[in-house]
Design a protein around this ligand. Sequence first.
Ligand code: GDP
Length: 364
Amino acid sequence: GFKCGIVGLPNVGKSTLFNALTQTAAAQAANYPFCTIEPNVGAVAVPDPRLDKLCEIAGSKQIIPTQLTFVDIAGLVRGASKGEGLGNQFLANIRECDAIAHVVRCFEDSDVTHVEGGVDPIRDIETIETELMLADLESLEKRVVALEKKAKGGDKEAKEQVDLMNRCLVLLREGKPARMAKVSEEERKTFEGLGLLSSKPVLYVCNVEEESASEGNGESTKVAARAKEEGAAAVVVSAKIESEIAVMPTEEQKDFLEAVGLKEPGLNRVIRAGYDLLRLITYFTVGPKEARAWTIEKGTRAPAAAGVIHTDFEKGFIRAETIAFDDYVANKGEAGARDAGRLRLEGKEYVVADGDVMHFRFNT
Ligand code: GDP
């Protein structure tokens, strides 16, 4: 599955946030059969109200949401790229993730030491980003020389790689992350294949004091502006509030959320933002047994989407009976949608859209 690594300087609230995520996952595990939890890995359900609607219309016995995995990556300090702290291990852990959730401290609390002095999320962001960029710079400078020889020898793949590498090197030498490189759709796979840390999509998670949980504060506003500038995303949470909600019975959550001015747990926003950041979308399968959500990358064609359920579905793919979510709801289910001519028969080339309700036909 897709993995989002949680990083940040010490004492910013990473563990508090990660524990809230895993406690939420543990509470979910009673309802969903598939949630696995390891010490630093937590798979949580992606909240999606559309599932409730589908379940209600089809009278499904069970709802099975799709999930997103978070990995707690502790140990980043200034100098990590030079092997300080758990530097190398840390960078290797990030490399395995598809996206980065970067927790930044936006709360004042004189009882919680700040490793860099005072609260200043922009400085903290730059500290971590610098370590990622230094690691990338070093790795690219090592690799590009040999590859240039290969490219000169006429290797087309090497040429494309070298081209991308050089564009990234220009940015990195200016102190800019590789994610700012302009990459065409055709180059995207090769770009991702370079395995650069500063090219991973970033979500800034602004950890604010309880009073600012719904609106954010001055510091989180600065982070949001910065995120916009560099094509990253940002969300506001209070890790402290989230850690309280995570262990609360569902009945009590509603009142508590209302009291602190929230419509839903902030974790939902973190999970959804992570999902969007990874360019992930959801399609559904609906029947009497279950209403279920499945995760695919934007741009996935029908056979590969079917393959997420089972490899046989992909191998023997014939067609996909497809109903857009809105059509499914407006026509009160599959039969109604069929009668209204809203059920489409889609073939191998069909690019699955977010919210499609699908039924795959395949040869065994
Ligand atoms: P980590 O080192 O980034 O994993 O940070 P922790 O989650 O261990 O938090 C460090 C300290 O900050 C702990 O004492 C937490 O209780 C405290 N802390 C975390 N989040 C908040 C918060 O939102 N507000 C306040 N006041 N303290 C927090």
